[in-house]
Design a protein around this ligand. Structure first.
Ligand code: PXL
Length: 277
């Protein structure tokens, strides 16, 4: 069985980060190991949240795993809370990277043109440096624009603009960049990716639902990293991830609840599980 290490926070309520990554990675029949970076009551889009930092645990945990000879088929990072965390996780990646595994970075920074609470441009710039450690990155346009210092444009992109952004992201270091939430103004929404090894682009478009849904980026990244670990091709892995994300939104749209509480990905898991049976 493949084994993924995911490094991100635990937000007790709000269906994001580890509470999403664990069930989705397991549903793909991949072992999910975790290094929690912080414990929050609720994610930072809620009006109130606690934040207990676990940065001091990163190096000791990594040292024990090294002593025990633990190996990972992928290391997947999501929401990271501080500069020091990024530094320590870079060291962890150096210790566990092999020619056979891959590093998947979801640079969680913001959405809808705005950075999340606690983050500023200096933090974004540090995340752009952190992306140099990645083989695969999956930002949204808010995150990509901030990391590349280009203006945020919400929608109606042309294809050549998106391709420029993808090449810009790969210039930060990764081999593969995937932009999610792309709206060409044609009534649908999708993902567009670029593989710098083959110099090829891929895309996948699906129906668009009104509004923005919290936690969908974490669903997308968790499904994609698991599907890549299960040796699906890169375009296929991202199509599987987009399908799970859109299915989750569809279920939530049919049964609405406050957006901060995340989407009903649980109802979309049976179809996802079937893809790895
Ligand atoms: O879904 C991304 C995410 C993860 N973890 C925390 C967050 C967010 C987005 O706001 O606040 C703590």
């Amino acid at each position: 069985m493949k084994r993924i290490l995911t490094i991100q926070d635990v937000s007790g309520v709000g269906k994001c980060s580890l509470t999403v990554a664990l069930p989705i990675v397991s549903a793909a029949q991949v072992e999910a190991c975790v290094l929690p970076t912080a414990v929050l009551s609720t994610h930072t889009r809620f009006k109130h949240f606690t934040f207990a930092d676990l940065t001091d645990q990163i190096a000791p945990i990594s040292e024990v795993w090294q002593k025990e000879g633990v190996t990972f088929d992928a290391i997947y990072t999501g929401y990271l809370g501080s500069y020091r965390q990024m530094e320590l996780i870079e060291d962890l990646i150096d210790a566990f990277k092999t020619p056979d595994n891959f590093i998947f970075v979801d640079p969680v920074l913001g959405d809808a043109g705005e950075l999340y609470a606690r983050f500023d441009q200096a933090f974004v710039d540090r995340m752009a440096l952190f992306c140099a450690k990645a083989d695969v990155v999956t930002p949204n346009m808010t995150e990509a624009s901030a990391m590349l210092h280009i203006p945020y444009v919400e929608a109606n992109y042309d294809e050549s603009y998106i391709r420029d952004v993808l090449r810009g992201l790969c210039a930060l270091g990764p081999t593969i960049a995937v932009l999610k939430g792309i709206d060409y103004g044609l009534g649908n929404l999708g993902i567009v990716g670029y593989d710098k090894r083959s110099d090829e682009y891929f895309s996948y478009f699906h129906e668009k639902y009104p509004g923005r849904y919290h936690g969908t980026g974490d669903i997308f990244a968790s499904a994609a990293v698991a599907a890549i670990a299960r040796e699906r091709s890169i375009p296929e892995a991202f199509q599987i991830a987009a399908d799970l994300t859109v299915d989750s939104i569809r279920k939530t749209y049919a049964n609405p609840h406050p957006r901060n509480y995340g989407v009903d990905f649980e109802s979309a898991l049976p179809a996802f599980v079937a893809k790895f049976a």
